[in-house]
Design a protein around this ligand. Sequence first.
Ligand code: SER
Length: 880
Amino acid sequence: MKYRSGKEIRDLFVKFWVGKGSRHYPSFSLTPDDPSLLFTIAGMVPFKAYYLGIRTPEAPHAVTCQKCVRTNDIENVGRTARHHTFFEMLGNFAWGSYFKREAITWAWEFLTEVIGLDSSKMYASIYQDDQEANDAWRGSVGLSESRILRFGRDENYWFMGERGPCGPCSEIYYDRGEKCDCGSLNCGVGCDCDRYMEIWNLVFTQYDRQQDGTLIPLPRSNIDTGMGLERLTSLVQGVETDYESDLFMPLITHTCARAGVRYGECAKRDMAVRVIADHARSVAFMLADGILPANDGPGYVLRRLLRRAARYGRLLGFEGGFLHEYLPILIEVMGDPYRELIEQRLTIEKIMEVEESRFAKTLAQGTELFEAEAARLRGERRMVLSGDVAFALYDTYGFPLELTLEMAEEQGLSVDKEGFEEAMKAQRQRARAGSKQKKSALTGDLYTELENELPPTVFTGYAAHSGEGKILALLAGGVQVEWVDTGAEFEVVLDATPFYAERGGQVGDAGKLYVENKAVIKVLDTTPQGKLIIHKGKLTEGARAAVGMGVRAQVDDERRAAVRRNHTATHLLHEALSRVLGGHVRQAGSLVTDRLLRFDYTHHEALSREQIEKVEEIVNVHVLADTVLDVVECSLDEARARGAKALFDEKYGEVVRVVTAPGFSVELCGGLHVRATGEVGLFKILREESVGSGTRRVVAVTGMNALGAFQRASRLANQVMERLSADESNLTSKTEALLEELRRLQRQVQEVRLKELAQDAERVFQRKDVGGVILQTGRLTSTQPEMLRDVGDRAKGRCSPTVVVMSVVEEGECRLTVMADDAAVKRGVNAGALVKEAAALLGGRGGGRPGIAQGGGRDAARLDEVLVKIETLLEGQLNK
Ligand code: SER
């Protein structure tokens, strides 16, 4: 068999299927538009809607080399020859075109003729009663009966997940020879050992599995195949494990060189080397697809892998962050075809570094805690690490539970997972306590009734801001009513309305409803309720409004214009952020009102001043360009073709709305926008802040609000300049000089006060001989501890042996400082002991060393008594 690189094999596969008429798609993202999956786990995932018949395929059959992440077996990754979290799946897919016979014969053709595998070493398995597959292997390929194995549902049935496409499958195996035999009597095709290597899974996708397990036949018979590129490459290159193929070797070599070790000499180190190679790939590709470290979802898996790699790095003696070093190597090996690695390189490296250094800070401490605990348990001959320790490792030191489990296992310990869950639950409850649920005055049931009763409200507001309608329902005080009058707020449903109901972050419209009998309803807010639009308002003119009456609805156009400006600006901001920060920036939430816009997005660190200005510049350049927005309704496919993000997402209906700022931003959006970008007027970011892990927020204003922000800023600056008699050229230097002057004066004041205090102290200290030691007692007014210390030192310098007792009473609280000079300490005086008892008498606490101690309490009224007590205590100490 001819040696081929991993890249060659990838290209040959694609070329082969394109030759059979398949459409080639570049790999889709690792994040599927499918809420039932965290990651793209197989080549078929991006095509799910084709399998289910929800969308019409763009071509009858296709080929991909798809980036995949699987997380069901992370602990095994590194331990074995072929477990990976990230891998590439070579796959061909057909939707109602070719079926079992072609899928089987073409797969055989590729492996034997293109790759050159030895057909005498190949086997196939089929689902037990799949006669059609059997016929294809026997008749079309000519495989002998003895090489066709029949297995049951556990082995030869493939499910995408709990729900979704599935079907019987046929797998192709390659016998790697006796040297790889596990020696078990039952070793044969299907054995988990390394001898009979499963290379290709051909799935005949015929059913859609429901939540309850029932299988519903799909509208078409489909093909979905998957073959791990890493496996096939290792076979072609004749190496023992996937990790020794050219897809991994450069990563392995780097790790070994960095650690100064040789691969293949020590099993434990080899495992660490493999873990790092695998996880470096996963982490880099996840980051390239915009996933960011987080405490749940895909971001948590990313964090978990990165931290697992960091820990294995420590086993090789690595300190600090190191994963980013693998990026140039990955780019070398996989930059073609995965250009995202190149395009996102800086972002990936940066996030790796930030995340690694964050964990590096606690990794050592956490490991220490873990080791100490493990040693203690061993000493006590116990086997279970408590849930509380696992939780402390998680909560304080950032150890994912799975990491703790793995570390425990290495030491032969188990972990009390239930205890961990309980500790976690208790923390969540603590966090939740106090948060209240808001309830609508109207019950959900009433709305449901109404929705069943009424036709959907016709929304006319994209084109107009006023229109005629009829009152279909009125709701007040939680019930439907026939009429309303002045006073309380109520809700109105019309047959048609130009009022936009709050959606996609954009607030609902406000305005007026002019009723035919001259009554006027002031609409304060508009919200959606299923297919109905609900106007919330009050009667401001006239006596009553009743169901059945006609109205002219008039949106508050000025307010809406401000909202439209902010909405268009939000799109421009989104695009500008991706250009400045990188393609990982995704919208995580937004609010568009008439006053401001608030945009939450995925990113790991604060924007710098320069980045804020750059974003403002980009947005304002597009505002000044005054390009006319293009708003079209089209199919999701067409939206995709226009470059709007959102693939195969079932949330969107058949028709979607695409808002384009030509040459700049394209977004799926149901909201209201300006006609041309120039109407935004001016865009200004007010602030930037964090809203939780991996998510940042920008708050910005447009139009007159932006002008207002500039006016406020310049008013403020002018006021300051006036007060300082400065202008723009010297404001900063003058402020600096002023601050310097202030610091100088503060120092002076301090010196003067100290002098005063010292003189004061001269007067206030009363001296008394107690058993040969001079007890100096003073009631002071100073509140600054360092001054007190100074005064005490001076008093100490005046005589010897001496004990100095200083008290300060402030707002009913008394603070005591007691100092004893060396000679007094030698005679047995202990200031700490004195203060301890004295403070207790004052109703507080205190203590310290023999030479100096501090304390106090709220019972300042007992100060006289306390001073007498100190004298007695001192006598006691001297007589000991
Ligand atoms: N979906 C099947 C698998 O993942 C074939 O691609 O094995």
